[in-house]
Design a protein around this ligand. Structure first.
Ligand code: GAR
Length: 192
């Protein structure tokens, strides 16, 4: 089967990247990871991907000062050079410029740990608890200019349980993230 080449962008641990790696290793999964790119040299996921034989690259945003677009031009060039046709943001903790968003319009997916449009931005689990939400979850969406605002492709829900802390709730959501991202990517590619 033809596998669509994808780039996975990370900033840290990379557990969603691992879920995508595991899915991509299945012969009948319609994607292959041709690049894992991080904006942080200490992202643990970089080493994990390297160990698995996946090409990795760090383009440290700190080397670009406040010039976000020049950093993103370097990211864009690396992704194109890898042959990737889609970008999966997987814990890539940068607000993107309209320039990069435009380059990859309808070809860049993001995972966000809340049921968007509820709780965009950071600290979503704390926010859900503070708001007294009865349900929480995660969202896969296309990336557009507005932060965490693009068209929603899929969501997974979990209950908020009595006694939950941000950590217990995050763990329950993360379990769903690891299932939702590969499943949504598969469906997205198959309906392209
Ligand atoms: C995940 O929970 C992901 O949804 C979230 O960061 C975590 C990364 O974990 N992303 C965002 O908050 C994006 N705004 P991981 O590195 O283990 O996949």
């Amino acid at each position: 089967m033809k596998k669509t080449p994808i780039a996975v962008l990370i900033s840290g641990r990379g557990s969603n990247m691992i879920a995508l790696m595991e899915a991509c290793s299945q012969p009948d999964f319609p994607a292959e990871i041709v690049l894992v790119l991080s904006n942080r040299p200490d992202a643990a996921g970089l080493e994990t991907a390297k160990q698995a034989g996946i090409p990795t690259l760090c383009i440290d945003h700190k080397n670009f000062g406040k010039d976000r677009e020049t950093h993103e031009r370097a990211v864009d060039e690396a992704v194109r050079a890898s042959g990737a046709e889609l970008i999966c943001l997987a814990g890539y903790m940068r607000v993107l410029t309209p320039w990069l968003v435009q380059q990859w319009a309808n070809r860049m997916l993001n995972i966000h740990p809340s049921l968007l449009p509820a709780f965009p931005g950071l600290h979503t689990h704390e926010a859900a608890l503070k708001a007294g939400a009865k349900e929480h979850g995660c969202t896969i969406h296309l990336v557009t200019d507005g932060v965490d605002e693009g068209p929603i492709l899929a969501q997974a829900r979990v209950p908020v349980l009595e006694g939950d802390t941000a950590d217990t709730l995050a763990a329950r959501v993360l379990e769903q993230e690891h299932k939702l991202y590969p499943a949504t990517l598969k469906h997205f590619i198959e309906t392209l």
